[in-house]
Design a protein around this ligand. Structure first.
Ligand code: GCU
Length: 403
């Protein structure tokens, strides 16, 4: 039967969600000192059943500054190459960074981009990516980018406004870490971690989202070495598949001070058990490489999942987390995204924060800025200036930033 998404709230099944505050052996997590072990348990469940385990092996990662220059309204630009082996060869990833001109340790947003660093600004100095691209974007021919692609996603990356508010902004192309198609994990970073004789990840090992999240953590390692950045004030953000990735990076790496998920939907902030819009079965069919193989058993079988996505949001606690949705983005289930934020609230409260200061879903353009933040804006599946302005307000409030 062809897949037909449900967009009717009346047809959402009654769902019983696993309780983040009840350990697997049934004991209640009743004090903040019980949380670390429950947190570890939940993280392990997400590793085993959803995203796959990230290998702990250390590889020969080297960073080389490729370019640094004045970027006008966008402040100062730096481009840093991450080589993953001792050879100056692929796979490698390029980090693009814009910082306010006055050099000082600044709070910074980091997120992956969909079509190459050169698409985030029409800046001729950005290294043009020469690896595989989806054919979706402007200026992509035979899965390779051309000069015509420069700046094609700049509406999603308002760099000059971000820098004007005193923040740095950094990005990597997700395809530098793992090209976004199902190739059995023979390209990208996966093979660097295989044990002798291994040719693909085991059923509980990382997929593409895991590799992308790993790349975000490597960016954070770099920030710790760059005096122009305050690595203790880094917000990891992402849109859609890259929003799922931002959440998974933030869950695994508690050095991220703020985690922002935009329109991340199924496998991101949306509750899987609601089966509203995209479902687990459908996502595994369309994107079999994103999650670990174990996740496939939960297609049309969501109730068997030992976790749901509110537990992922709770893994950010007590750090500020901001879940953002768009009104016309039914595929990503805005209500399911709100409810995941809502049901993470007891964990945040247990840890002594204000949690999510909204019992019911707020109206359009009524941001909630408590430690768990939430907004829904008008319009469709996208990143807009409205989103960025609210994320910066949220970071001002929670990181004590502000010019
Ligand atoms: C598809 C996919 C979503 C994903 C989105 C995106 O719509 O089904 O899960 O979030 O692409 O990344 O833009």
């Amino acid at each position: 039967m062809p897949f037909e998404a449900n967009y009717d709230e009346a047809k959402v099944p009654d769902c019983e969600l696993p309780d983040p505050l009840t350990a697997e052996d049934g004991t209640a997590v009743s004090g903040s000192s019980d949380w670390p072990s429950r947190r570890a348990e939940l993280l392990s469940l997400f590793e085993t059943h959803v995203y796959g385990r990230t290998p702990s092996k250390k590889i020969d990662l080297r960073t080389v500054v490729m370019e640094e220059g004045d970027a006008g309204d966008c402040g100062v630009r730096k481009q840093i190459r991450f080589y993953f082996t001792l050879e100056d060869a692929r796979p490698y990833a390029d980090l693009l960074l814009y910082l306010p001109t006055a050099p000082r340790a600044c709070a910074t947003f980091v997120g992956l981009n969909f079509q190459g660093n050169h698409t985030i600004q029409a800046d001729p100095e950005i290294l043009l990516s020469d690896v595989w691209m989806r054919e979706k974007g402007e200026g992509v021919v035979d899965h390779r980018s051309t000069e015509a692609a420069r700046g094609s996603s700049s509406s999603r990356w308002p760099v000059s406004s971000i820098v004007a508010r005193g923040y740095g902004v950094a990005t990597l192309y997700c395809g530098d870490l793992d090209p976004d198609y199902d190739d059995g994990y023979s390209n990208g970073v996966h093979p660097l971690f295989y044990a002798d004789g291994q040719s693909k990840p085991h059923a509980d090992e990382w997929g593409t989202i895991g590799a992308w999240a790993w790349g975000l953590c490597r960016a954070l390692d770099y920030f710790e070495t760059d005096d122009d950045i305050d690595a203790s004030r880094v917000a990891v953000m992402g849109h859609s598949r890259l929003g799922k990735t931002a959440l998974w990076a933030g869950a695994q790496d508690e050095r991220f001070a703020i985690v922002i998920s935009n329109d991340s939907g199924c496998g991101g902030a949306a509750l899987s058990r609601r089966r509203f819009g995209e479902t687990v079965g459908r996502i595994n069919e369309s994107f079999p490489h994103w999650f670990c193989d174990n996740f496939r058993q939960y297609g049309e079988n969501e109730d068997a999942l030992p976790v749901d996505q509110h537990a992922l949001v709770s893994l950010m606690a007590p750090r500020p987390v901001y879940v953002t949705s768009a009104e016309d983005d039914g595929w990503a289930d805005p209500k399911g995204e709100f409810l995941a934020a809502r049901y993470a609230d007891p964990v945040y409260r247990l840890l002594g924060t204000d949690g999510l200061d909204a019992e019911t879903m707020p109206g359009i353009h009524e941001p909630v800025t408590s430690r768990i933040g939430y907004h829904i804006r008008a319009g469709g599946h996208d990143v807009t200036a409205y989103d960025w302005d609210r994320w910066m307000d949220f970071a001002d409030k929670h990181l004590g930033q502000g010019l």
